[in-house]
Design a protein around this ligand. Sequence first.
Ligand SMILES: NC(=O)C1=CN([C@@H]2O[C@H](COP(=O)(O)OP(=O)(O)OC[C@H]3O[C@@H](n4cnc5c(N)ncnc54)[C@H](OP(=O)(O)O)[C@@H]3O)[C@@H](O)[C@H]2O)C=CC1
Ligand SMILES: CC(=O)N[C@@H](CCC(=O)OP(=O)(O)O)C(=O)O
Length: 390
Amino acid sequence: MNSMVSLRSVFMDGGCNSRFQDKQKMLKARKKPVKVLAVSSQKADKSIKVGILGASGYTGVELIRFIANHPYFSISLMTADRKAGQSIGSVFPHLITQDLPDLVAIKDADFSNVEAVFCCLPHGTTQEIINGLSTRLKIVDLSADFRLQDVHEYAEWYGQPHKASELQKEAVYGLTEIYRNKIQSARLVANPGCYPTSILLPLVPLLKDSLIELQDIVIVSNSGVSGAGRSAKEANLYTEVSEGIFSYGITRHRHVPEIEQELSDAANSKVTVSFTPTLMPMSRGMQSTINVKMAPGVLVEDLKQHLKKFYEKEEFVVVLPDGQAPHTKYVQGSNGCHINVFPDRIPGRAIIISAIDNLVKGASGQALQNLNLMMGFPENTGLSCMPLFP
Ligand SMILES: NC(=O)C1=CN([C@@H]2O[C@H](COP(=O)(O)OP(=O)(O)OC[C@H]3O[C@@H](n4cnc5c(N)ncnc54)[C@H](OP(=O)(O)O)[C@@H]3O)[C@@H](O)[C@H]2O)C=CC1
Ligand SMILES: CC(=O)N[C@@H](CCC(=O)OP(=O)(O)O)C(=O)O
C-alpha cells in the first residue's frame, strides 16, 4: 500500500488505525486541528488528478496556486472558453514556468484520468454541462447553480428555470465548518458565495443558539473587484472602480436568498436580512459589518464567548482579541476568516465584523477544503499558508 492510499484509509476509516489514534490523542490537547502533521509525515505523490473547468478565470487561477502546494492532487485538465487552445503561461504570465496542461474547450476535455473537478464557470454553466459528466467524478461547483434548495426560488432570483433541478436535492452546501459531515460523503458540493461565507460564519452559531433576534439583522458588505471575475465589464474598468466606492444590488442582490436560506436553517425559523453589498477599490478582500439585536438578557460578551467556543478547534476561523477589528489585509491570500464582536452605542445591539479573502475562503480555498474532505484527506491539506502581508 503506498503512502497516499494508506493516509486516505486512515482518515476514512474513522480512526481505526492506532498510530492515527495516538496522534489524535496527542493533538487533542492543542487548540487547532493539526491533522496536517500526519500529512506532512507522509511521502507526497500527487497521484490524484483533478480538473479545473474555467481555469483562465480568477477562482481557477487561485486553485492552481493552492494545488501547486497540495501533496496529493495534481492538475491534469484545465478548460477555458475564449482562451481555449492557449497555454497557461500565455494567459497568466506569472505561471509561465509551471508544468501545466494547455487550456481546452469543455467539449474537447478528456476526463478519463480525472477523479474530481472544480467548476469555476459563470452562473448557469455548470448546470448545463453537469449531466454530461461521469457520475464517478466528485464535483465542487463554485458558481451559484446548486446553492439554493428551492428550484422556484432559484428561478425567481436567477431569472431562468434550473436545467439540472434533480441534482439540486443532492448538492451539499459547502460551508465547511458547518456542514463538514455531509460534505465528507457528498458527490456534488455547492461552494458558497463570498458574501454569504463572510456573513454565515459569524451568524450561524449565534442563530443556532437563539442569541440574536431573527428579524433585525443589518449587513453591509464590502468586496474587492476580483469578486466580479476576470471577464471585461464596463462597470469594472479602472476608471469606474478606482478612488471611489458604490453599493449595488440594494435589497435585490442574488445572495439574499442564499444568506436567508442558511440563516433560516440555523434558526429553524424564517430569517429576513437587510443586505447591502458595496464595491471597494481593491483587488481582493471582503469585509462584512453586521449589526444585530441581541435576544433578551444576552450580552455582547456572550456573543463573543459563544463564537470563540464554537470555533476554538478551527484552523481557519479565528475570533480576534477584544477591540481588534478584522482587516482584509490580515487574511489576504489565506483561507482565514477573522471575526470580532463589538458593543453598539445603541443598547441591546452588537456590531459583528468579519473579513475574508473573497478568492480564498470566499471561493477557491473553501472549494479545496471541501474537496479534501470529499476525498478523505484532512481538510487543511495544501491550505495552511500564511496570509500575504502587507
Ligand atoms: N471571483 C470571486 O470572488 C468569486 C466567484 N465565484 C463564482 O465562481 C465562478 C467563477 O468565477 P471567476 O473565476 O471569478 O470568473 P471569471 O470570469 O474570472 O472566469 C470564468 C471562467 O469560465 C470560463 N467560461 C466563461 N464562459 C464560459 C462558457 N460559456 N463555457 C465554458 N467556460 C466558460 C472562462 O473562460 P475564458 O477566460 O476563456 O472566457 C473562465 O475560465 C462564478 O460562478 C463566480 O460567481 C464564487 C465566489 C467568489
Ligand atoms: C464584486 C462582485 O461583483 N461580486 C459578485 C459576487 C461574487 C461571489 O461570491 O459570488 P457568486 O459566486 O455568487 O458570484 C456579485 O456581486 O455578483
